[in-house]
Design a protein around this ligand. Structure first.
Ligand code: 5GP
Ligand code: MG
Length: 472
């Protein structure tokens, strides 16, 4: 149990499902490749030829896990699901890599999950007390145990019964020998999209996966929807009770790729608008705008456009570091920034700089960057952030630390400015953030900024001593 308690929420991953394609596993691989930014710790694919399920998972990046082309000869069949797992420190065991495959009383099931359950500890304790033997420490396995106990006879009813006991964030795909099921939790925290290529259906976390595999985007899986694809037909049912959507606003700020279309919008457009509103709310007297590549490029362009301050490429990122770098302590995190970024002296020297970043978590990146810019000869370093201060932990899959470790968790904006050693610091307001999304006042989770949790986790108060309102 100690191990389970030390497992941090970390299921901010990528999922993909491919139905009715002669080379389903290869298409799943391509999709996972496009979704690499959502998880770099482990990758895997499970496929079905209608009689049997095949599986290959390993630690590492998609290209490395599937570098041996003969793997695809073994991943037979026209149905496949895949998963990329997000990298954090802590236990990152191969046994937790997905898709998980189990044998149920009516054949094998494979499952890939993105998101985080908030009542998993309670459910797992109950299941173990009643004799369930768990093989992994992931939340995901709970779905399988609950579904396996259901007396219902079809997969959708069994899943429905299981998922109606589970609270939290999940976008998942499930494969049996012949069926593909895609499910999004009733709040719709995480994205999940449906695409089509010829007679094949594809389900993916983000639409950028469709572009690479040549599929057209059809629609999103709706919050609470269980979509079954069987005999080339789509059937949809809904989990009860229905609730208002609470899509994770951080997908727009940081996590999703700008070339994706999620939650009804092009990510690029929304992210650019964040930068534009930021320029209006938090102007700066400066000579150039510099982004922190790649995550803030789009917002920095928006800032430059509206402020009229020239956008310059003043910071170069080493792309070979990835996000897999192990970061056991603060010294290592500081080192990571040095490994990752270097300023362009000729661009920075003698200039007043506005650095636009998408978010500040611990403050490590910006503290290092302001130092680097000054060493490169910057006259002034102003920091503008295209999201509000992150003050509360995320229980639905974003990898944020406790309020004590969040630099804005307990400190004022001026204290954060002092910590990152900026000449000035300005954050986008929550109202400004929401105003940048056409339907921003409807249906987004902003708990990391305002503590308004759509579902309160079972252990939130004891774990974090937070007094948070329950909003349902
Ligand atoms: P900090 O250095 O302040 O701890 O983190 C801020 C930087 O991390 C920003 O450049 C932002 O793009 C990035 N970031 C924001 N959210 C996340 C996340 O959930 N995971 C990871 N790996 N990086 C993040
Ligand atoms: Mg960044």
């Amino acid at each position: 149990m100690e191990e389970l308690l030390s497992e941090k929420p970390r299921e901010e991953c990528a999922v993909i499902g491919v139905y009715n394609h002669p080379e389903a596993a290869r298409v799943a691989y391509q999709g996972l490749f496009a979704l690499q930014h959502r998880g770099q710790e482990a990758s895997g694919i499970a496929s079905s030829n209608g009689k049997q399920l095949f599986r290959h998972v390993d630690m590492g990046l998609v290209a490395d896990v599937f570098s041996d082309a003969t793997i695809f000869d073994r991943l037979k069949g026209s149905l496949a699901i895949g998963h990329n797992r997000y990298s954090t420190t802590g236990s990152s065991m191969k046994v937790n890599a997905q898709p998980l495959v189990v044998n149920s009383k009516d054949g094998p099931w494979a499952i890939s999950h993105n998101g985080n359950f908030v009542n998993s500890h309670l459910l797992r304790t109950q299941l173990e007390a009643e004799g369930s033997l768990f093989q992994t420490t992931t939340d995901t396995e709970i779905v399988l145990h609950l579904a396996a106990r259901s007396r219902k006879t079809d997969i959708v009813s069994r899943l429905k019964e299981a998922l109606e006991k589970i609270q939290g964030a999940y976008s998942m795909v499930i494969a049996t020998r012949q069926k593909l099921v895609a499910v999004r939790d009733p709040h719709g925290f995480r994205p999940l999209c449906l695409g089509k290529r010829g007679d094949s259906y594809i389900v993916a976390s983000e639409t950028c996966a469709f572009d690479l595999v040549g599929a057209d985007f059809i629609r999103e899986i709706n919050p609470g929807e269980i979509l079954l694809i069987n005999e080339n037909q789509l059937y949809s049912t809904y989990l009860q009770p229905r609730v208002d959507r609470r899509a994770c606003i951080f997908e727009f700020i940081y996590f999703s790729r700008p070339d994706s279309f999620i939650f009804g919008h092009a990510v690029d457009k929304i992210r650019r608008k964040f930068g534009k509103v930021l320029a209006l709310e938090q102007p700066a007297e400066a000579d150039i705008v510099v982004s922190v590549p790649d995550s803030s490029n789009t917002a920095a362009l928006g800032y430059s456009h509206t402020s009229g301050i020239k956008f310059e490429i003043g910071l170069i990122r080493n792309h070979y570091i990835g996000r897999t770098f192990i970061l056991p302590d603060q010294t290592m995190r500081d080192l990571k920034t040095l490994f990752k970024f270097n300023p362009v002296q000729g661009v920075i020297e003698n200039r007043r700089i506005v650095i636009v970043d998408d978010s500040i978590v611990r403050g490590t990146t910006l503290r290092q960057l302001t130092k680097m810019f000054r060493r490169a000869g910057a006259r002034e370093v102003h920091v503008r952030v295209s999201s509000p201060p992150i003050r509360y932990p995320c229980y639905y899959g974003m990898d944020f630390p406790t309020p004590e470790e969040l630099v804005a968790g307990k400190q004022s904006i001026d204290e954060v400015r002092n910590y990152i050693q900026a000449d000035s610091l300005g954050y986008l307001s929550l109202e400004g953030l929401l105003s940048a999304i056409p339907d921003g006042n409807l249906g987004f989770c902003t708990a990391c900024f305002d503590g308004e949790y759509p579902i309160l986790p079972e252990n939130a108060i004891s774990k974090f001593h937070l007094e948070v309102p329950i909003v349902s």
